[in-house]
Design a protein around this ligand. Structure first.
Ligand SMILES: Nc1ncnc2c1ncn2[C@@H]1O[C@H](COP(=O)(O)OP(=O)(O)OP(=O)(O)O)[C@@H](O)[C@H]1O
Length: 549
């Protein structure tokens, strides 16, 4: 029998409504039977062809809690979310119940939604060619009773209300494909919020926070707090372990498809503890960022007078061997620079000078940029970085085989696949299956393939946008080491990012943007706190969720 004051804070919050009080005991204290879980999964196995991905998984998520689900890339987290929403059919014998009511398996998406299960999948599940409003309201449109027409005024209001609750404004008529990654994430999160049933069911967030900047993240957790206060539960899948430590009540850990830690109370755990639970070992400290190795006679890559969407007259230098960070608030311009420098977004003025010569940025095409030695690893791998229906090998060698001069030569498959195998090894891509289609790899492993694809081009100027988004803590080590090794090999590297932890690990120097221009240069001690402070001018990182007792 559990005493009420010993219950986790999430259950305490929902006492009275969720917990059945039985007859007073002799001591006069109320006794409790545990609340019916919002979600209860048992004996869940999942096999793709011969690949067993989930093994006897069980999880229960209690009313009013934020339940973290963590595990290395490929450990099965997204697969579990997809089984729960009917995208995948589990092996026979599993049971899934929401609020005590068993769901038929495979789960029918409409039934799961009717039972109050809302989800934001890792790929966000948005239709790029449709507007924000259509994406928000698809499948939820209501007709006017008399005219049998969709009442768009009401639909707009419903969508606006949810964005207001999120503290964000996203243009309702914009095509989703034109939005930045943070706005796309906001649309997907808003859509799930409008589906949630206050006081019942649960919302699953699968890596939904990966594109959110710090302020949006803090706001996101305030909203989660409001949601769980009603008794609705949240299953939070994330690689940002800070989110688990700060905000989750309990955590379940998957390793190679098995639950190795089930519903562990988070109080008292730190990020190192969670890392050890995930990996089954402690992670060696990432070597303190060594000083950049810049040859005395190294000629820096020089960008001059760059002007275009989001930035005005920006000049900067980055030396071979150096990693330069670019950051700022969303919309400050730093996130436009990768695309302007690589010809993806047209610049109106400016030039970049590389050892091979000066290239005008106005009219630069992506092919000319690659030819000149400029490579870009874009954000949002599903949309701009990888061809999901090609194999890992085809993706990884595409930039090489598509270079105009080489395109005239026959493609030599032997050396090509050796090089791919080598890169997959170096970046620890799992499974080591060059011929498998990219869409069958887990999110973090797709990120590694994307990096391998561009590292293989040995660029002079290597530009990365949010390179470690959605990778696990171990993979982040691998990617950071690979990027720093590319710098040691003499590449000039620019990393545009909003994650202060990533920037602190990777960069030798950081430029902070505001209103399309460089506002501040950070050198020396690049701690995450100093970076956040510079971005928000005297801002600081507050806890994502205040502990409640
Ligand atoms: N459609 C599919 N066909 C074949 N294998 C798949 C498919 N979807 C996932 N897998 C495999 O299932 C395993 C688990 O993948 P899953 O996406 O669930 O991992 P994850 O824990 O969410 O990883 P990440 O943190 O990288 O997103 C991986 O080995 C992946 O390659």
């Amino acid at each position: 029998m559990v005493r009420p004051d010993r219950l986790p804070r999430a259950v305490q919050r929902t006492l009275g409504r969720q917990v059945t009080l039985s007859q007073p005991s002799e001591a006069g204290a109320a006794t409790l039977s545990p609340p019916v879980p919002r979600l209860s999964v048992e004996s869940l196995w999942m096999t793709f062809a011969n690949n067993r991905v989930l093994r006897d998984v069980a999880i229960d998520v209690r009313p009013g809690e934020i339940h973290g689900l963590i595990g290395q890339n490929g450990s099965g987290k997204s697969t579990l979310a997809k089984v729960l929403t009917g995208l995948y059919t589990p092996d026979p014998g599993a049971s899934v119940a929401v609020d005590g009511v068993p769901l038929q398996l495979p789960v029918r998406p409409d039934e799961s939604r009717a039972r109050g299960v809302a989800v934001v999948h890792q790929s966000l599940g948005l239709v790029d060619s449709e507007s924000v409003l259509e994406n928000m309201r698809v499948g939820r449109l209501t007709g006017s009773r008399f005219l049998h027409r969709i009442d768009w005024r009401r639909e707009r209001q419903a969508a606006t209300d949810v964005f207001e609750r999120l503290g964000r404004s996203v243009p309702l008529d914009a095509k989703v494909g034109t939005l930045r990654e943070e706005e796309r994430a906001t649309v997907a999160i808003a859509r799930a919020l409008q589906d949630a049933h206050a006081g019942t069911g649960l919302i699953i967030f699968d890596e939904s926070t990966r594109a959110l900047g710090r302020r949006s993240l803090e706001h996101f957790f305030q909203i989660l707090d409001e949601i769980v206060a009603t008794g609705t539960a949240v299953l939070l899948i994330t690689h940002r372990l800070e989110e688990i430590v700060d905000a989750a009540d309990r955590v379940t850990v998957l390793r190679d498809g098995r639950v190795v830690e089930s519903g562990r109370e988070v109080v008292g755990l730190n990020e190192a503890d969670l890392t050890a639970l995930m990996l089954g070992r402690n992670l060696d400290d990432l070597d303190r960022r060594e000083l950049p190795v810049i040859a005395a006679d190294a000629v820096p890559v020089r960008v001059e007078g760059l002007t275009g969407l989001g930035v005005t007259d920006v000049s900067l230098e980055v030396a071979p061997g150096e990693v330069l960070g670019l950051t700022g608030l969303v919309g400050s311009g730093y996130e436009d620079i990768p695309y302007l420098l690589s010809g993806v977004t047209p610049a109106t003025a400016g030039s970049v000078t590389l050892p091979s010569g000066t290239v005008a940025l106005k009219g630069l095409s992506p092919a000319t940029a690659i030819e000149a030695g400029i490579s870009l690893v874009p954000e949002g791998r599903e949309f701009s970085g990888l061809a999901m229906n090609l194999s890992a090998a085809e993706n990884a060698t595409f930039p090489e085989t598509s270079r105009s001069k080489r395109a005239l030569l026959p493609i030599r498959r032997g050396p090509e696949s050796d090089r791919v195998a080598e890169w997959m090894n170096r970046l620890d891509v799992r499974p080591r299956a060059p011929k498998a289609l990219v869409k069958t790899f887990s999110g973090g492993n797709q990120q590694k393939i994307l990096l391998a694809k561009w590292l293989a081009t040995a660029p002079m100027l290597f530009i990365l946008h949010e390179p470690t988004q959605a990778v696990d803590v171990g993979a982040r080590h691998t990617l950071v080491a690979a990027i720093r090794a590319a710098a040691r090999d003499g590449r000039a590297i620019i990393v545009a990012g909003s994650d202060e932890n990533e920037l602190a690990l990777l960069c030798d120097r950081i430029l902070v943007f505001g209103d399309g221009v460089v506002r501040q240069e950070l050198t020396g001690d690049l701690s995450p706190d100093s970076i956040v402070e510079a971005i928000y001018t005297n801002g600081s990182r507050s806890r994502l969720r205040q502990p409640k007792l």
